[in-house]
Design a protein around this ligand. Sequence first.
Ligand code: NMX
Ligand code: MLT
Length: 419
Amino acid sequence: MTQLKEKLLEKIQAHRPRITRLTKEFGSVIIDKVDIGQCIGGARDIRALVTDISYLDPQEGIRFRGKTIPETFEALPKAAGSEYPTVESFWYFLLTGDVPTNDQVAAVEAEFKVRQAVPEYVFQTVRALPRDSHPMVMLSVGIMAMQKDSKFAAFYSSGKFNKMDAWEYVYEDASNIVARIPVLAAFIYNLKYRNDKQIDIDPKLDMGANFAHMIGQSDQYKDVARMYFILHSDHESGNVSAHTTGPLHGLANQEVLGWIIEFQKKLNGAEPTKENVSKALWDTLNAGQVVPGYGHAVLRKTDPRYTAQREFCLKTPGLKDDALFKLVAMIFETAPGVLTEHGKTKNPWPNVDAQSGVIQWYYGLKEWDFYTVLFGVGRALGCMANITWDRGLGYAIERPKSVTTDMLEKWAAEGGRKM
Ligand code: NMX
Ligand code: MLT
């Protein structure tokens, strides 16, 4: 058993009695109430899921294992020659809640070198798709194809399946997915946008650096990849990105870029000013559209993931003077006021997507169809950590109760459901 798996076993065993006690002794304690607005509004804010991996505070933003984004970046061991932690150290932290030592990080890195070998049949499966398939479809197909070698599937059909040990096999699959997904994503990027010019894994590099290397990127992009994958890893387990797809979420980072570039074209070489930015924002709102990159279902302040990326831009020579970044900064100064005056959104502040596409664009990743894949690589860390713990603690599948419109109308007329 690897060091990380042993540590996880210890943590899961220590945690199990807490869940058993809560269920057995306090199962009927009420922690929330539900109104009709929440019921129609996507179960918004109903406390009905458990995860210890991350927690989202509306004012403060995300905490990973109890740490804010700056605290997380500060605490974790850094990649050699970088201010940013490796994704491997973050994976250890996300799974166990402990900040790893350099030796523990080195052990995960060594483990990932073995795990990251994507079987050739996966590449062949993706290659068989029409080349104009969406890269996210390619990523999903590639991941699905790996099922053949799933350790959990083998355990399940072995006849030896038992609930207590199931997490160990989920952990194996989860770790394989986390180690392989950047390699698969790089393969897809090269297949679609670089005429299938593939670059081999560099076994000396950590995950983020290797992703940069495999898509033919600069040294500076190594930190972009590390930062991006960590920032996008988790946002509580039960959010929209984990449950739905659609342009208001999955495509928002590309929509932001589209909006900015369209606006820049209209400027026709003129400097962006508060006045012309404000007019463009109002044009969007008056056309009945949303301002992409602004607003959030839970957050009521600037998303700290936005701030972390903005700080990266401000300290990176070239990027801090980039015309698109300056425009993003001008929108940041203008949009909250315009959205507040418009009066609809509950949160006029920027979310993570208002900033991320501009960084990718600056480094030459202009194929914005691919941005959702980048998000997917990062989010895999959170989803895989959550699913491992879910199995470890034996959580049930989510099964909230649906009701009919007739029922809601009856309860509305009666002033509430009789309990
Ligand atoms: N521009 C214009 N109107 C907005 C915006 C915005 N950026 N955000 C919310 N609204 C409207 C929203 O459409 C709704 O209008 P209506 O009553 O006519 O349906 C009203 O304000 C209330 O919405 P909220 O409760 O504030 O937001 P909700 O939780 O429903 O939706 C988002 C959250 C993120 C879907 C929404 O803010 C949005 O569409 N933002 C723009 C797209 C975007 O940036 N998506 C990225 C999300 C990434 N992330 O969540 O981190
Ligand atoms: C996310 O990163 O998943 C988004 O911010 C959506 C959310 O948390 O509701």
